[in-house]
Design a protein around this ligand. Structure first.
Ligand SMILES: Cc1ncc(COP(=O)(O)O)c(C=O)c1O
Length: 412
């Protein structure tokens, strides 16, 4: 593509981004009662572009945690504590609506690692059973299975999907062809944190369920929840995990595990404490049996409901649209400076996790340079990783790209 045409594409994509991003600022500011410029509290010379790892919370959510915390300390009566804990159920209902599943299928965990491990360590398996894993899974959905397989004498098989794949059906076939009559579980990450590759989760789940209805499908949604407008009923997996502190921009150390009703009895909880009941048979309804952890941070749990409101007000599809626009602008800007990518360019498989090739030994220096020269925080996972979200602007992208270009020798 010639330079003039590239610049034209950048110009027409940049204009709508600037306008469309204003809505979220107003929504976030409205909840907090602050001006839109203060919707997020990060410093302009330390701009986070690392949502795949940790997102800033809107100022409103920070304030909400503080105010619930103050409220609890001011009045620690059982009545007040129950009132605040009840807000967790409001959050659960809102999450159920956003993800298009029953609220009873949701356990509110502490993070994705915990949610993944509830499935990994708790699902019923026998010696000789086979577990299929995508080879780009996060350790909490990979090494954890090795530990489980060792304990239960199960067999692990990996599925490799070449990053230059073009065709969704071919990816689905790579999964189908590894299934045998011993396969009991298939577990994959929807969007890889080490390549940014977005698997066609719905097509994979539906193809597997059509032919092998008994195979349990677990989807790690750490890079999906809060970014994509996920319809879990349509996707058709049995279990799904996520962290509120990533793309959902919610309280830290809050996560979710979705367990569809048919799978609830297949999985044994690892922790049984207050919330379970007083007998071997739980009296917790639905997936709540997986969150009987004892005392939690009730202020953060209650503030989850404000985060649900924030997403409802700008809508999950609105978040997805805005986030994709800024990622597309970033991808095109990086293509323009002619650097090598780890992540796919094919629209079937792109995501907001964009990774450039960079030798391991240069990554620290690259991160330091981009922070010093552009004031933007990136990550060194899988290469040089950029994961922009709705709070990132065209200016942030331009600053990051200019700084990368300045240090391009370090990309190897
Ligand atoms: C795909 C994936 N799964 C799981 C996790 C673990 O998330 P957490 O640290 O919130 O448990 C991560 C973290 O980056 C991830 O990228």
């Amino acid at each position: 593509m010639d330079i003039k045409r590239r610049h034209f594409i950048k110009a027409i994509t940049a204009a709508p981004i600037a306008g469309s991003l204003i809505g979220y600022k107003i929504a976030a500011a409205d909840i907090a009662g602050v001006s839109p410029e203060k919707a997020f509290g990060f410093s302009d010379n330390k701009v986070p572009m690392n949502a795949a790892n940790l997102c800033p919370m809107p100022t409103a959510i920070n304030k909400s945690i503080d105010s619930f915390s103050d409220d609890l300390d001011f009045d620690m009566s059982g009545q007040n504590r129950s009132r605040i804990m009840a807000i967790k159920e409001v959050a659960r209902n809102g999450l159920g609506k956003q993800l298009n599943i029953s609220a009873d299928d949701i356990a509110i965990t502490r993070n994705t690692s915990e949610a993944n491990n509830i499935v990994v360590q708790g699902i019923s398996l026998q010696a000789g059973d086979e577990i299929l894993l995508w080879d780009q899974n996060h350790p909490s959905n990979d090494v954890s299975w090795s530990v489980r397989a060792k304990r239960s004498n199960c067999i692990i098989k990996h599925i490799n999907v070449p990053v230059n794949t073009q065709d969704i059906d071919k990816v689905v076939d790579l999964f189908l062809e590894k299934i045998t009559d011993k396969t009991k579980v298939i577990s994959f990450t929807h969007i890889s944190n080490i390549t940014g590759f977005r698997l066609p989760a719905q097509e994979i789940c539906q193809a597997i369920k059509a032919k092998h209805g008994q195979v349990h499908i677990h989807v790690d949604g750490a890079q999906t929840w809060g970014l994509m407008d996920v319809d879990l009923d349509a996707m058709g997996c049995d279990t799904f995990s996520g962290s509120s502190h990533k793309w959902y921009m919610g309280p830290r150390e809050i996560g979710l595990l979705v367990v569809r009703q048919e799978s609830i009895n297949r999985i044994w909880p690892g922790i049984v404490s207050i919330g379970w009941g007083n007998a071997a048979e739980t009296n917790a309804k639905g997936a709540r049996k997986f969150e009987a952890f004892g005392q939690r941070n009730d202020a953060a749990l209650a503030a989850l409901s404000e985060t649900v409101n924030f997403h409802t007000s700008i809508t999950p599809s609105g978040v997805e649209r805005r986030a994709i626009k800024i990622a597309d602008y970033l991808r095109q800007s990086l293509i323009d400076i002619d650097v090598e990518f780890v992540s796919s360019h094919h629209s079937n498989f792109t995501s907001n996790v964009i990774i450039l090739k960079a030798p391991q030994e240069n990554r620290r220096q690259l991160l330091d340079n981009v922070l010093k020269d552009g004031g933007v925080i990136l990550a060194g996972t899988g290469g040089l990783r950029l994961s922009p979200h709705i709070y990132n602007t065209v200016d942030h992208v331009d600053r990051a790209v200019r700084a990368i270009n300045k240090s391009r020798k370090l990309l190897g």
